[in-house]
Design a protein around this ligand. Structure first.
Ligand code: C2O
Ligand code: CU
Length: 548
């Protein structure tokens, strides 16, 4: 194993996109930022220099961070932000996972432009559980605003309304030729006929799940969230914010050119949620093709095609027994039932509130609207044994009342719609096994929320629509070869059941990966106690850990 070292200069740069100049915050002046390549077992060291005017942190999305919680990155959860002019070095080992992950800013909406791919190859001498592709290509799907994203976020938060929707989607930072002034701002992939390519698809968009397709070509999914899957052939990929999907794609069509395209999968009827209904395009160009014939255009599903999305998501299974496979823990120590959805905060006196019910948008998990602290990080409080001022350990194992979660008229119940703000964690004993029923609720809107857990991969045992049925739905659990993920798009008006082992001491955030929902409270955290030995205890913080 080796040490892989990078320097990230985070600074504001001016770019030209969609007919205008825009100042964005970027890493090493590139959008997306640099691709990091490591091998399983390596140590990654990234020196982050904050030359931007904003507080910054970097999160290594999906990295297990075994005993390295200080490097996880979510602001005020595991560290105070790196202030302008300061720096911090993230250092961690990469063990037990292979495939595609990514990194992104984890403070405010900065991740709109501060993100990049993190690719984990097998150890040297080990191979993929499929034939080696001719080339591997990161495909980062993103979202773009014709405005400063921090302003967009703050304007929304100031009046308690949903912030403005994006102006474009992008493939590797480029919107493609369906947008104004973007004829030449389109991602191009050159291929040789007969060769097989691996596309490492990452959904780095802030607020939208995406359908992705290449005209006339089907693909084979081989990994998701840096865990191998059984090979799955499909012409459509669906990917939620936070998730990754690795596909093999054979250039087996006539020499020519073919568009790849992505547009949103929206789970709420168009009348209730506004969304960016545009399409981003890239182009696959075969070697030897001439510009004589027009590129072939793919047909994406309807924005609201939940059956297609559900079919894709549920057809994936884990590669049981393959490299880095982890069997499903058979014994469960902690059973949790976690509901989540939108909520409302009453309008503070003398404030302007343009959110629902004349109040402000809020969100909750088990009726608690999660607030990050702002004077220290939760992990520092945990380490020093001084949590009392910072958070409490009484996150409930179930919502306060049971009800029909799929019925939106429940929003008339004030105790449920006006969720209290709190910073509550669920405390877990080291190595305990946790099973969580994740249940969407229908307050205000019914949506599909991509729920992400820091620090752990989990098995997805089952998922479905409606209210989880503890008797019948348990029969559907896949305990043999379930998919392994770090982010699960819980079906709209439905549920998913996940299981993981809490083998990593520290503070681990759990949250919706839609950036419209995280800052308003659709989050909670786990506090995993130290184990009995030094090798199961969180080490002291690095000396350059930023101070608040
Ligand atoms: Cu990809 Cu808490 O984030
Ligand atoms: Cu959400």
């Amino acid at each position: 194993a080796s040490i892989v070292e990078h320097s990230f200069n985070v600074e504001d740069v001016t770019v030209r996109k969609l007919c205008r100049e825009q100042v964005i915050t970027a890493v090493n002046e590139s959008l997306p930022g640099p691709t990091i390549r490591v091998r399983e077992g390596d140590t990654l060291v990234v020196h982050v220099f904050n030359k931007s005017p904003y507080n910054i942190t970097i999160h290594w999305h999906g990295i297990l961070q075994l005993l390295s919680g200080w490097a996880d990155g979510p602001a005020y959860a595991t560290q105070c932000p790196i202030r302008p002019g300061e720096s911090y070095t993230y250092r961690f080992n990469i063990t037990g996972q292979e495939g595609t992950l990514w990194w992104h800013a984890h403070v405010g909406w900065l991740r709109a432009t501060v993100y990049g791919a993190l690719i984990i190859h097998p150890k040297s001498g080990r191979s993929y559980p499929f034939p080696k592709p001719y080339k591997e290509i990161p495909i980062l799907l993103g979202e773009w605003w014709n405005a400063n994203v921090i302003d967009v976020e703050n304007e929304g938060l100031a009046v308690g309304a949903a912030p403005n929707i994006s102006d474009a989607y992008t493939i590797n930072g480029k919107p493609g030729n369906l947008y104004p002034c973007s004829e030449n701002d389109m991602y191009e992939l050159k291929v040789k006929r007969g060769k097989t390519y691996m596309l490492r698809i990452i959904n780095a968009a802030l607020n939208n799940q995406l359908f992705f397709k290449i005209a006339n070509h089907s693909v084979t999914v081989v990994a998701i969230d840096a865990a191998y899957t059984d090979p799955y052939d499909t012409d459509l990929v669906v990917v939620a914010p936070g998730q990754t999907t690795d596909v093999l794609f054979k250039a087996d069509q006539a020499v020519g050119s073919y568009y790849m395209a992505a547009h949103p999968y929206i789970t709420t009827p168009p009348t209730t949620v506004e969304f960016d209904s545009t399409t981003t395009r890239g182009i696959v160009v075969y070697e030897g093709s001439t510009s004589a014939s027009a590129p072939v255009v793919p047909t994406l599903p309807d924005f609201f095609d939940t059956p297609r999305a559900h079919q894709f998501y549920t057809n994936l299974t884990g590669l049981a027994g393959g490299p880095q496979w982890v069997p499903v823990p058979s014994h469960v120590d902690e059973h949790m039932f976690v509901t989540f959805g939108l909520a409302v905060e009453r309008c503070p006196e003398n404030a302007t509130c343009l959110g629902p019910l004349e109040g402000r948008f809020s969100a909750s998990m088990n009726n608690e609207s999660f607030q990050l602290p702002n004077k220290t990080s939760m992990l520092e409080a945990f380490y020093r044994g001084e949590r009392d001022e910072v958070y409490t350990t009484d996150f409930p194992d179930a919502p306060p009342v049971r009800f029909d979660y799929t019925n939106s008229s429940i929003s008339r119940d004030e105790s449920l719609i006006y969720a209290p703000k709190s910073t509550k964690v669920k405390r877990l004993r080291f190595n305990s096994t946790v099973e969580i029923v994740l249940q969407n609720t229908a307050f205000l809107t019914v949506e599909n929320h991509p729920i992400h857990i820091h620090g752990f991969n989990f098995h997805v045992l089952a998922q479905g629509f409606g209210n989880f049925d503890a008797v019948n739905d348990r029969q559907k659990f896949n305990l043999v070869n379930p998919q392994i993920r770090n982010t699960i798009a819980v079906p709209v008006g439905g549920w998913a059941v996940i299981r993981f082992q809490a083998n990593n001491p520290g503070i681990w955030l759990v949250h919706c990966h839609l950036d419209v929902h995280l800052p308003v409270g659709m989050a909670m955290a786990f506090e995993v106690e130290n184990g009995p030995t030094p090798s199961s205890t969180l080490p002291p913080p690095p000396s350059d850990l930023p101070r608040c």
